[in-house]
Every structure is written in structure tokens, then in C-alpha cells.
Design a binder for this molecule. Structure first.
Ligand code: NOJ
Length: 564
């Protein structure tokens, strides 16, 4: 297969066709003021680390003022910085210094819903039914003789009904409002022009401050089907990996919003962009977000939710690249983020990363977990991802092969999913535990500037074993995962044939995924019994030690093929 035959050379095309972007979950990255929560200055202090890792861009999860019911995805002011994380001046300095280090910076934008503490929602609660204030959100009368039943059968992603009934100013139970996520996250009404205007202003606010783009939260959710019809399905759950035909996902109207946003992005210099978090499938539906007048990237969640199985992975890769080639867009590969079980665990336990998974599916059987095998697979998967055409998104800690934290005590769980699932789903805290920077536990393994802060007193507790994954412990160790990522990213920069562009599958048997890229570069990932390296090839990098000329199971290699 060959994609984008007319693609200009790498230094002449937009950076987002090839970039490796590092996702920073701000609360868990680095704590500069000793309060046990990460912050903007913490990120700034670690820019040299990110630069030495070799990523092209960073994406920062929501840093806006927020009551933190969903750790920032419940925004109360879109044009400011959460006081726990710093100030607007800190943010401006970070943007500038990120650029000085040669990296781009993306911020998260959350347009589907606000916090219930947003001034607009507070005004809506205080105003009467039918008022302009209520019209900024989705308020409806209930069904039943006294309006005691929710307006329709939609279920929230985190569990339970997607509707919440309010008490009106007169003290009586009144209207219901829609929240596809937590109760504290009321959905905006995108049929109201004021919402459009507000978010256009928000985009310009951050573009004026120099950000290079946006990650759009729930990008497939803002527009709801007219009349808010019931879900006609046996199971009306609002899963993020929802099939088609859900009246709250992937409606045609969202594309009009992105056409307008694209014009705003294009009105600024320097290839500003947006990446969609759109849990839609099949890949042809994702491609619709990437038409030339819409968004630049969309996370490839099919890839993220595929099992560790060569035929399946290959099918997903083909499907994604074929669909995106139709609209001339690059793929955006992703194996980890702050919503899914970390790949070290997932690949070992055969878990799929759907957001709707139950506790057992999400967390698997801890007794069966083999961390050595999981780590081997995660490393091999990384080399596969970084060799494929397009860009890639990596999640903090992925470069350290951090496993999922399975030992967080129930009384420390903070994800709203835990309570909303009636404590049947432990939620996503396990992939959000603060990073270990040092091997010793001082200052929560170097996460916090407060040397007296103990690992269990970081905002989410770190286990005693956390230090063994630390940056300090891996730095300079030729066998470490950190070193492998640094080497892979350096090779990616120097190989003109990597990033977006052509690839050709190589047939190396059913247990192997193999393909070449321009410049006689090839990637081979062996899932089965040991195989031989291609004759005469030179090894550039391998995810695990090779035994002579042999690629062991669960190992990926990058090679230069012999031309003779
Ligand atoms: C997707 C975000 O990635 C997730 O963390 C959040 O809970 C939901 N959107 C709601 O904003």
C-alpha cells in the first residue's frame, strides 16, 4: 500500500502530519509548589526532559478553573487558569518557553459541557424555564403525570440517567437538564448561537496567546438529534465507543462547527490545528472529521481498542489508512491516554480499552498479570506505532512503561465513574497516578517539590513500587524503556521516510506485522515463535534484545534492509 503519493517533503508540510505529541495530564505530571498536585510551573521545569525525549509537541489536559469533579473536564471559566495550577502569566510563559525548546503546545478545549459552577449554569438555575439563560443548556420538562420521569431514556457515560431534575426557585421540583457525563457537567445547547460565539472567542483567546492547537473533548457530541429522541436499542447505554445511530453522537451538525473553527485556525500563521477526540467508528466516520476544511487529526481509537493480535491490528491499520487516504488526512496513532487502562496491562491481559468496560474488563484478573510480558508487548507496540505513517500521541508515563496502578484504596478513588457506576467500576484513576521522577520516595518520588510529601499523599497515592519506574532510574540505562523511546524518536527525526507517507506491507507470515518505509527502512513485529531477521539487514533499534539473528516473540525491530 502507498498513501499520499503527492505529499510534499517533511519540512514543507504541516507539522501535524508527522508529529509525536506527548499528552500531559497536568495534575499528575510535576508539582512545583508542593501541594501534591501538578501545575503549570511543574511542566515548565520539565521542558528540558520533554525536549530530550524528542517529542514534537505537548498537549496539556484542561488547565482551566474547575471544581475538579472530572479533573478539569468540568470547566467553570474557559479563559483563565485553575488557581491550583498557576496563573495566566505562568501559562503564557510556558507557551513561550515550549516554543523556545522547539516544541508546539496544544490545549484541551471542552465544548460539549461546562461545570455546573460555570456562571452561565448558575444563571440558568436561577432563571425561569424558557428563559434565555436556560437556553444555553439543555433543559426539558420531565415525562409522567408530574414530570417525575426523565425526558428520554439516554444514559450518562459514567452510569445512570443522563438527566438530572432541579429544584426551581419556588422550592418545587422542576425541569431536568441533560448531562452526558457527570451530573456536574451539564451539556451546552449548540442550537444556541451564543454558544458558538463563545467558543469562537475561546479559540481566539488561546490562539492569541500562541497555542498551536486544540484537543477537542467529546468532539462527536455537541450536536444532538432534533427532538432528542429515545435511543432505540436493547441497551441505551451512552458508551463512548457507541455504535452508530445514537442520537447524541456523531450528528452531521458537528461538522459545520468544525468548518467554522478551521477558518479561525487558518486565519492565524503557523499551521494551527485541532485534534478530535471522537469515539466514532468505523474509520470512515472518523475521516469525516478530517475533510480538508475540517480538523487536522483525530485519535485512532480503533487502534487503541484492538487486542494484541496481528491479524486484528493489521486490519485496523489498513482500515484506518484507507479511510483517511480518501480525505488526504494523516493517521494519529494512540495506545494510551488518561481514560484507558495502560497498555502494559492491557496487552498482557487482552483487555480492550473501551470506556464502557466493566470493572472486570477494565482491570482484569490481577493474579494473571505478567508485568514482564506486558512491558515487552508495550515496548514492541510503541515501535510499531512510531514506524507507521502519520503522527502519534503518547501519554505521560508510557515512555517509562508505567503499569496501571491497581492498588488505589477505594476511599482514595476520585473518578466520578466510581460513584456513578454505584461502585462497580473503579474508573480511570489507575492510569492517572503522579509520575515517578526519582527512585527514592522523597517528595512523592520527585513528583512534588515538597520533600516531606510521602508517595501516598500525592493527590492520588503512589504505591511503594512506583520508584522502580522512575525517570532517574531509567535515564542512561541502555536497556530502559525511556532510552528506547529516546532512540526511536531520534531515528524518527533523522529518517526522512518516517512520519507521514508511503508504506508497503511485507509478507512475513501470519504471526508477524511487517512493512517497509522509504529509505529501505522496515519494521517487523513478531507475535509468534522466533523468526530470523531479513537477510543482510542492519538492526537500527529493537524493543528487546535479539538473540543473534533471531527476533523473539513479542518483539519489534527497526532495520535497514539490504538493497542487494
Ligand atoms: C473525554 C475525556 O478524555 C474524559 O477524561 C472526560 O471524562 C470526558 N471526555 C468528559 O469530558
Amino acid at each position: 500500500m502507498s498513501t499520499h503519493p503527492a505529499l510534499p517533503a517533511r519540512n514543507q508540510r504541516p507539522w501535524w502530519r508527522d508529529a509525536v505529541t506527548y499528552q500531559i495530564y497536568i495534575r499528575s505530571f510535576a508539582d512545583s509548589n508542593g501541594d501534591g498536585k501538578g501545575d503549570v510551573e511543574g511542566i515548565r521545569s520539565r521542558l528540558p526532559y520533554l525536549r530530550s525525549l524528542g517529542v514534537d509537541a505537548i498537549w496539556i489536559t484542561p488547565w482551566y478553573p474547575s471544581p475538579q469533579n472530572d479533573h478539569g473536564y468540568d470547566v467553570s471559566d474557559y479563559m483563565n487558569i485553575e488557581p491550583d495550577y498557576g496563573t495566566l502569566a505562568d501559562a503564557e510563559r510556558l507557551i513561550k518557553e515550549t516554543h523556545d525548546h522547539g516544541m508546539k503546545l496544544l490545549v484541551d478545549i471542552v465544548p460539549n459541557h461546562s461545570s455546573d459552577q460555570h456562571v452561565w449554569f448558575q444563571q440558568a438555575l436561577a432563571a425561569a424555564p424558557g428563559s434565555p439563560e436556560r437556553d444555553r443548556y439543555i433543559f426539558r420538562e420531565g415525562k409522567g403525570a408530574n414530570g417525575e420521569l426523565p425526558p428520554n431514556n439516554w444514559q450518562a457515560v459514567f452510569g445512570g440517567s443522563a438527566w438530572h431534575r432541579i429544584t426551581e426557585a419556588d422550592g418545587k421540583l422542576g425541569q431536568w437538564y441533560l448531562h452526558l457525563f457527570a451530573v456536574e457537567q451539564p451539556d451546552f445547547n449548540w442550537e444556541n448561537q451564543e454558544i458558538h460565539e463563545h467558543f469562537e472567542e475561546v479559540l481566539k483567546f488561546w490562539l492569541d496567546r500562541g497555542v498551536d492547537g486544540f484537543r477537542i473533548d467529546v468532539a462527536h457530541g455537541m450536536v444532538k438529534a432534533p427532538g432528542l429522541p429515545d435511543v432505540v436499542a436493547a441497551d441505551p447505554k451512552a458508551e463512548m465507543l457507541a455504535p452508530e445511530n445514537r442520537p447524541f453522537w456523531d450528528q452531521d451538525g458537528v461538522h459545520e462547527i468544525y468548518r467554522k473553527w478551521r477558518k479561525i485556525l487558518d486565519s492565524y500563521p503557523g499551521d494551527r490545528m485541532a485534534v478530535a477526540e471522537a469515539w466514532v467508528s468505523p474509520a470512515s466516520r472518523i475521516a469525516r472529521y478530517l475533510r480538508p476544511d475540517e480538523l487536522a487529526n483525530s485519535f485512532n481509537f480503533d487502534f487503541l481498542s484492538s487486542p494484541w493480535e496481528p491479524a486484528e491490528l493489521k486490519k485496523m491499520i489498513n482500515r484506518s489508512m484507507d479511510a483517511l487516504a480518501e480525505v488526504g488526512a494523516p493517521s494519529s496513532w494512540v495506545f494510551n491516554n488518561h481514560d484507558v487502562v495502560r497498555s502494559v496491562d492491557r496487552f498482557d491481559l487482552g483487555l480492550l480499552a473501551g470506556n464502557a468496560n466493566t470493572t472486570l474488563e477494565r482491570h482484569g484478573d490481577a493474579k494473571k498479570f505478567d508485568i514482564a510480558r506486558g512491558t515487552r508487548r508495550a515496548r514492541a507496540g510503541a515501535l510499531l506505532m512510531l514506524a507507521l505513517p502519520g503522527g502519534a500521541y503518547i501519554y505521560q508515563g508510557e515512555e517509562l512503561a508505567l503499569p496501571e496502578a491497581r492498588d488505589i484504596p477505594e476511599d482514595r478513588l476520585t473518578d466520578p465513574r466510581w460513584e456513578m457506576s454505584l461502585r462497580t467500576d473503579r474508573g480511570r484513576d489507575g492510569c492517572r497516578v503522579p509520575l515517578p521522577w526519582t527512585s527514592l520516595p522523597i517528595g512523592a518520588f520527585g513528583f512534588s517539590s515538597d520533600a516531606n510529601r510521602e508517595p501516598e499523599h500525592a493527590w492520588l497515592p503512589q504505591g511503594d513500587h512506583w520508584g522502580k519506574f522512575s525517570v532517574e532510574g531509567q535515564d542512561g540505562d541502555p536497556a530502559s524503556t525511556l532510552t528506547m523511546y529516546r532512540q526511536a524518536l531520534a531515528i524518527r527525526k533523522s529518517e526522512a521516510g518516517l512520519g507521514d507517507g508511503a508504506m508497503t506491507w511485507i509478507d512475513a507470515g501470519d504471526d508477524v506485522i511487517a512493512f517497509s518505509r522509504p529509505g529501505n527502512f522496515a519494521c517487523l513485529l513478531n507475535f509468534g515463535a522466533a523468526i530470523e531477521l531479513p537477510a543482510g539487514s542492519e538492526v537500527l533499534l529493537s524493543s528487546n534484545p535479539l538473540v543473534g539473528n533471531v527476533i523473539p516473540t513479542d518483539t519489534a525491530v527497526w532495520v535497514r534492509l539490504s538493497v542487494g
